[in-house]
Design a protein around this ligand. Structure first.
Ligand code: UGA
Length: 430
């Protein structure tokens, strides 16, 4: 199939590379020239395991993937996948600016296309967006009828950064929300080579499945952090409690790692958007989901409270911050708990030496001046008064790195028993 992907961010690039790997002919359209140039040289503009190799193969060897600045390239394709960002507005509501712009541009181009074309949204959008926003824009700018000349579908992505390609090729499920059946059939054709349960439904249900999925994952994390905080006061290890829980098949052991809480470009933003849309548009204040956000907000700064208990006034204290990415195996620092903690430490007059194996450039771009970026964990740790482990990269898991130091572990990166034998070790909630 001939596929156009609109947006070369994490989701767009992984989708484009995944489709090309599966034999489709793909053009990835983005307005950022540096990204387009990088892709056309077979190099990924972002860090994601396996993506560089796959892009280099599809662009350079197979020749079935290219990037472009021109939306008119949509004309040579059968299906367009909208994969643009949907960031938060300052009040937490979803910003659909890029989605609207994509729909306008696609509509404009499709006004000139004779054959039926399918438009699929993969960006996370508030339920109702496809029918209330995307379809009207496509019809307005193309002058054509959706359901007749243009097919429309919503196809949520469930990719986790750091293992996004694996998740693309081995998904737990494929959800196809179809406005018209023909669009759903054509979209299903993209995934022909992938073996996974496929659930076909209407577009608004598919949009809600995406939100419900992220809201549930976030709820699991805040739930276990709340249990961990209670356990900590009792002197009970929450990780042992989770082991005991996990034998119940209804509960399992996934997404129950207690620590400094969830960050990233999805869980916090999507939860805020769902709470905002539910409260303002539907009149339902979503108290449980608000509590999930509140627990996460408080959890993120517990590590600073512990440091204050251990060191007293933080003014003039020297911190080593290990890990800046919101989780390991990515260079993404969006809504990363580490960034918030670094800002608070600086406000309190502490000095910060930071290290992350992949996320330093992205962190440098958003952190205030005053942070010293190091070339290794050892360099950051040397001469520090206190080490904070903010991301559980494998290279931080070596207890011998911390000999004689005060260490506060936000991610259960270390084995507490081994660490306590070597340093002054404290888990954030264990
Ligand atoms: C999340 C979802 O997991 C994906 O299914 C979804 O497709 C994606 O958002 C999206 O909407 O695009 P992602 O943001 O890549 O994926 O990251 P997660 O693996 O979900 O981790 C989110 C945060 O939760 C991280 O900061 C992680 O450290 C934290 N976390 C995760 C915990 O604190 N405890 C856990 O047990 C698991």
């Amino acid at each position: 199939m001939r596929v156009s992907v609109i947006g070369a961010g994490y989701i767009g690039l992984v989708t484009a590379a995944g489709c090309a790997h599966d034999g489709h002919s793909v053009v990835c359209i983005d307005t950022d020239k540096s990204k387009v140039d990088s892709i056309n040289q077979g190099t990924s503009p972002l860090y994601e395991e396996g993506l560089d190799e796959l892009l280099s193969h599809c662009v350079g060897v197979a020749g079935n993937l290219k990037a472009s600045l021109e939306h008119q390239d949509i004309l040579g394709t059968d299906i367009s996948l909208i994969c643009v960002g949907t960031p938060s507005n300052s009040d937490g509501s979803i910003n659909l600016g890029d989605v609207r712009e994509a729909a306008r541009r696609i509509g404009h181009v499709l006004g000139r296309k004779k054959d039926y074309h399918v438009v699929v949204t993969r960006s996370t959008v508030i339920p109702g967006t496809t029918t209330d926003v995307i379809i009207p824009l496509l019809e307005k700018y193309s002058g054509k009828r959706v359901g007749e000349h243009i097919g429309v579908a919503y196809n949520p992505e469930f990719l986790q950064e750091g293992r996004a390609l694996k998740a693309f090729f081995n998904p737990d499920r494929i959800v196809i929300g179809e406005f018209d059946k023909k669009a759903g059939d054509i979209l299903a054709g993209i995934y022909q080579g992938i073996s996974a349960p496929t659930f076909r439904t209407d577009v608004t249900t598919a949009e809600m499945i995406k939100y419900a999925s992220n809201a549930f994952l976030a709820t699991k994390i805040s739930f276990i952090n709340e249990i961990a905080n209670i356990c900590h006061k009792l002197g009970v290890d929450v990780y042992q409690v989770v082991k005991g829980l996990s034998f119940d098949y209804r509960i399992g052991d996934k997404f129950l790692s207690a620590g400094i809480g969830f960050g990233g470009s999805c869980l916090p933003k999507d939860l805020r958007a769902l709470v905002s849309a539910s409260s303002t548009k539907l009149g339902y204040p979503a108290p449980l989901l608000r509590a999930v956000l509140d627990v996460n907000e408080t959890q993120g700064l517990k590590i600073v409270e512990i440091a204050e208990r251990k060191l007293g006034d933080l003014d003039g204290k020297k911190f080593a911050v290990l890990g800046l990415a919101f989780k390991p195996n990515t260079d993404d620092v969006r809504d990363a708990p580490a960034l918030r903690v670094v800002r608070v430490l600086l406000e309190k007059g502490a000095s910060v030496k930071a290290y992350d194996p992949e996320a330093m450039e992205n962190a440098k771009a958003v952190l205030p001046p005053g942070v010293e970026f190091c070339n290794s964990a050892g360099e950051a740790i040397a001469e520090s008064d206190c080490v904070l482990i903010m991301t559980e990269w494998d290279e931080f898991r070596d207890e011998s790195l911390y000999k004689g130091r005060i260490v506060i572990d936000g991610r259960r990166a270390l084995d507490p028993r081994k660490a306590k034998a070597l340093c002054d070790y404290q888990g954030v909630c264990w």
